[in-house]
Design a binder for this molecule. Structure first.
Ligand code: SAM
Length: 260
């Protein structure tokens, strides 16, 4: 008898039921997308509010579905939490506007009484912003590949048209960190960081943190993402300096709630 079977036999004699992993996973209903594989409940994908918000995100992305359902569900939840406190919303790293459009649709933005600042170069990433580690890990090579595949939107008119239905959307075209001075929000309830680069993400976080009230939310799109270790390291260092805690999520995101 192998050691494993021996241990199982002892447990069974003691009256324990050995629950085998394959007994409670229905492989047909496994969720496999966006770096995440789980058998857990995802009823949210069929909820009308979620479906409407996700569809609006897809509209911004010209119908190209990245399969980011769970990521979007977390962002919608985080945005709803942030909407309990006063302040504008800010996204750094907008691209076509997939995530921010889903959030604005979900929160019925024209009734929110807030502004949504959307900061992006709309020229793709600035290659000199990457750290040595981001080069050495092969992350920059992946970014270069994305640039070659035209994954970054440079058609500014298209972006303006996408957000035209929300007059309080403020599109800020420019580079982070320099462009952050154009965001004239005194209080920020929700900050979404998705710049795919450690240094500007760290700078944007440090810039806006003093403007977040208690209960304000920061959502980091790439914090726990495989290959994005430099971003995690930069934010973790800032967390030590500023005294906040990041919840690492299986979607690759990181979540911070001020005051928690
Ligand atoms: C992953 S995309 C953002 C995706 C977007 N959040 C969405 O929902 O689809 C990253 C964006 O960051 C922008 N970006 C990267 N570095 C930047 C910088 N230093 N300043 C401004 N924009 C930058 C790129 O132009 C690109 O549009």
């Amino acid at each position: 008898m192998s050691l494993r079977h021996g241990i199982q036999a002892v447990f069974q004699k003691l009256g324990y039921v050995i629950v085998r992993r394959e007994n409670f996973i229905d492989p047909v209903s496994m969720h496999r997308s966006d770096g995440l594989e789980t058998c857990h409940n995802r009823d949210f994908v069929n909820e009308p509010d979620f479906m409407r918000a996700y569809a609006r995100g897809l509209q911004a992305a010209d119908g190209i579905d990245p399969g980011h359902h769970w990521r979007v569900a977390i962002a919608l939840w985080a945005a709803r939490l942030a909407a309990r406190v006063d302040g504008d919303f800010v996204e750094c790293g907008v691209n076509a506007g997939f995530m921010s459009s889903a959030i604005m649709e979900s929160l019925d933005w024209n009734r929110s009484g807030r502004r949504y600042f959307l900061v992006d170069s709309f020229e793709g990433p600035r290659m000199e912003q990457f750290t040595e580690h981001e080069h050495a890990s092969g992350f920059v090579a992946r970014i270069e590949d994305a640039v070659r595949r035209d994954a970054y939107v440079t058609d500014f008119e298209r972006v303006q048209q996408n957000f035209a239905e929300w007059p309080s959307a403020v599109i800020v075209k420019g580079w982070v960190p320099e462009a952050l001075s154009k965001v004239d929000a005194n209080q920020v309830a929700f900050l979404h960081l998705d710049l795919n680069a450690a240094q500007p993400e760290r700078d944007a976080f440090a810039h806006f943190w003093p403007r977040l009230p208690a209960g304000g939310v920061v959502l980091l799109d790439d914090y726990a993402f495989y290959g994005c270790e430099a971003q995690k390291a930069a934010i973790d260092k800032l967390a030590d300096e500023l005294g906040f805690f990041v919840l690492s999520l299986p979607t690759g995101q990181g979540l911070v709630v001020k005051g928690v």
